[in-house]
Design a protein around this ligand. Structure first.
Ligand code: BTN
Length: 249
């Protein structure tokens, strides 16, 4: 691991993202906080991220940079999904199970979620800009609760092998820090991200974050500003900025 990464390990936190946010002034750029379990793990929107199982990876990275702006946030999320997918795909024997990205930032294997990413920002108006990148990766968990068991999986369930969580953490962290300047190349990131995605062209149900309407349609593309473009049954193409996909085909 690169020596300039500041790693903090905790047995238990409420949420690694929340912890980094409330201690941001104490920690330098490239601080990584990892917890064996979280009591209030947070997912996108108002979702929770169940984090009592100590066999998974719950980590957050603090990136500070004067040139980071709100404009970089969607590119950063895409970049992280790409880095995490590439890291997993380069670990034997996972290379034979291709990880696919599902909009906006879920990592899937065989249409089941193995990893979620929560990117948050702070103080973008001030001189020092900050991003808090939380990554939850299902590593060695074997059993999931009934409400999610058909939609999620873990690296262990896919391969039958136990993985070293810290080896995964180091590999991920090194790649993020090494390639973080790619966030200033949004076109390139979006291009690679689309190549790694597994949802464009598929028929899906889409539930908007605000509202209860379920949209039935086909994912057509992702726009430069990160919106999912869905063609609905009337043939209209509509952009959506937040919501949840579930596949039909
Ligand atoms: C999602 O897919 O909804 C995003 C899930 C992100 C979960 C991770 S676990 C580490 C970090 N701390 C949190 O509270 N959330 C993120």
């Amino acid at each position: 691991m690169k020596s300039d990464i500041n790693l903090r390990h905790f047995y238990e936190l409420d949420s690694t993202n929340s912890y980094l946010k409330s201690h941001m002034n104490e920690f330098p750029h490239k601080t990584i906080v990892v917890a064996d379990q979280q009591t209030n793990g947070r997912g996108r929107g108002s979702n929770r991220w169940l984090s009592s199982n100590t066999n998974n990876l719950y980590m957050s990275i603090l990136l500070k940079g004067p040139n980071l702006t709100a404009h970089h946030l969607s590119g950063l999320t895409e970049f992280l999904a790409l880095i995490a997918a590439d890291t997993i795909d380069h670990i034997d024997p996972l290379s034979i199970f291709k990880t696919q990205i599902k909009w906006p930032n879920d990592l899937m294997i065989d249409d089941k979620k193995i990893c979620g990413i929560l990117t948050e920002s702070g103080n973008l108006e001030n001189q020092v800009k900050r991003f808090y990148i939380g990554i939850g990766l299902n590593v060695n968990q074997e059993k999931f609760t009934d409400d999610i068991k058909n939609n999620v999986t873990s690296l262990k369930n896919i391969t039958g092998i136990n993985f070293d969580r810290y080896e995964l953490l180091y590999k991920l962290a090194e790649k993020i820090v090494l390639y973080k300047d790619a966030v200033y190349l949004p076109d390139r990131i979006l291009y690679l991200w689309k190549l790694h995605s597994g949802f464009i062209g598929r028929v899906m149900r889409f539930r908007q974050t605000s509202g209860t309407e379920i949209i039935l349609g086909k994912a057509i593309d992702v726009s430069d500003d990160g919106a999912l473009i869905i063609e609905n049954v009337k043939g209209e193409k509509v952009s959506h900025y937040s919501g949840e996909i579930s596949f039909i085909f």
